[in-house]
Design a protein around this ligand. Structure first.
Ligand code: PLP
Length: 427
């Protein structure tokens, strides 16, 4: 991180040294003196804000709507909670720190973040290239909704090499219309890693002064703690904040972070689509950010033990866990370049099919049988018939998503207790 980061506020450094995100999550962006000395940021449960004078109201609107150039780079004054709110602004400042991004925008769901970004940057006739597999909801939006707006979409296997990406673009003759590369890594639910750097490089090769192809990465599974796509050239980073960022399975939210000019466009469309989270959800997320690193690290430590246990189990055919498959040279190379750790999402093939998978799921006692992920409690689900039910079966087969695949999200419980539960459900 740059200690002269132009978008950072007071309290970002101490004695000229940049403070770590873990430290900044407790105080950054909040001034107790502005809130009666309250140690914690209050919940600003208000729809609108009172202007001191009519002149001030006029100025705030002219900055918000870009009617006047904001020469002094003044912060936007508080207007109306669909445009800004203190809980939301402090939360966004802290989220930008994690990704070392210029700016962040929070949404009422991960899907709201994803769809806003796609709609802002694509127009009829444009092409979107996306890594496959993807989260089922994103896949549905791309394949079923975007086509209705004349936007073409091409899916490419997530583990593709740089030559395969180049050839794919040429073979499908999409060099001229390609506007966005959309990646999800690790992929939900197969945990396959995508080479962000390779996609960014190819995107740059096909960009020109009139058309910059932007690279967008869904970083839900490993980020923001274990993977930083901006470092690898991504323009925008997306999250289902319902998952690790919220972290307690008690809220739905989404996040986009990135470069300031792109983020201005994202935030403007958000204002007019009206997809802004309320103060209560923003406040809950502020609280969650204080423990983000320790939650994710504990979950990851548990997951490592569980992945090793599953790998050795006679009823398990194959385990999909980032950094585990030493034989797969490309995946290991991506892992070493992109990931700081393996995270806490594990998928595995049980020997058999749907019958054996359901039997296992129905016998779990500590793991809850539920979709979603990244919360403090461990969850298990069957992607083929649940989260990815909507993806055509030929496509699922192509990407190794069969009816024997089980997805686990590992929580903060004791790892040995979780292994006990898995062992008894497997037997
Ligand atoms: C990788 C990924 N991205 C996006 C989403 C969508 O997020 P949300 O459910 O918060 O809208 C999900 C949801 O499971 C997901 O797993």
């Amino acid at each position: 991180m740059d200690n002269k980061h132009p978008f950072r506020k007071d309290g970002y450094t101490l004695n000229n040294q940049v403070l770590k995100p873990e430290t900044l999550m407790l105080s950054y962006g909040y001034k107790p003196s502005l809130s009666e000395g309250a140690l914690k940021c209050p919940i600003f449960q208000t729809s609108t804000f009172v202007f001191k004078t009519a002149e001030e109201g006029k100025e705030f609107f002219s900055i918000a709507y870009g009617l006047k150039e904001n020469k002094s780079k003044k912060e936007l004054g508080l207007i109306y909670s669909r445009i800004n709110n203190p809980d939301l602004e402090i939360l966004e400042d802290r989220l930008a720190v994690w990704d070392d991004a210029d700016s962040a925008a929070v949404f009422p769901s991960g899907m709201a973040a994803i769809t806003t970004v796609i709609l802002e940057f694509l127009r009829p006739g444009d092409t979107l290239l996306f890594s496959q597999p993807l989260y089922g909801g994103t896949h549905h939006f791309i394949e079923k909704v975007l086509v209705q707006y004349g936007i073409n979409a091409f899916g490419i296997k997530s583990g593709s090499t740089i030559e395969e990406i180049r050839n794919f673009i040429k073979t499908n003759k999409i060099e001229k219309t390609l506007k966005m590369i959309y990646l999800e890594t690790p992929a939900n639910p197969t945990n396959e890693l995508v080479d962000i750097e390779a996609f960014v490089k190819v995107g740059r090769e096909f960009s020109n002064s009139d058309n910059k192809i932007i690279a967008v990465v869904d970083n839900t599974f490993l980020g923001p703690v274990f993977q930083k796509p901006i470092k690898h050239g991504a323009d925008l980073v997306l999250y289902s904040a319902t998952k690790f960022i919220g972290g307690h399975s008690d809220l739905i939210a989404g996040v986009c972070t990135g470069e300031v000019n792109l983020m201005k466009r994202v935030k403007t469309l958000r204002t007019f689509l009206g997809s802004v989270p309320d103060a209560w959800t923003s406040w809950l997320m502020l609280r969650s950010l204080e423990t983000l690193k320790i939650r994710m690290q504990t979950q990851c430590n548990n997951a490592k033990k569980i992945a090793l246990f599953l790998k050795e189990h006679q009823k398990v055919e194959r385990v999909y866990y980032p950094g585990m498959d030493q034989e797969n040279k490309l995946q290991m190379d991506i892992f070493k370049r992109h990931c700081q750790d393996s995270g806490s999402m594990i998928s595995f093939d049980i020997i058999g099919g749907e019958k054996e998978a359901f039997q296992f799921l129905n016998h779990l006692k500590i793991f809850h049988l539920a979709v979603s992920l990244g919360g403090t409690e461990s969850l298990a689900e069957h992607p083929y018939s649940m989260t990815h039910a909507d993806v055509p079966s030929e496509e699922k087969k192509m990407f190794g998503l069969t009816d024997k695949l089980i997805r686990l999200s590992i929580g903060i419980e004791d790892a040995d207790d979780l292994i006990l539960d898995l062992k008894s459900a497997l037997s």
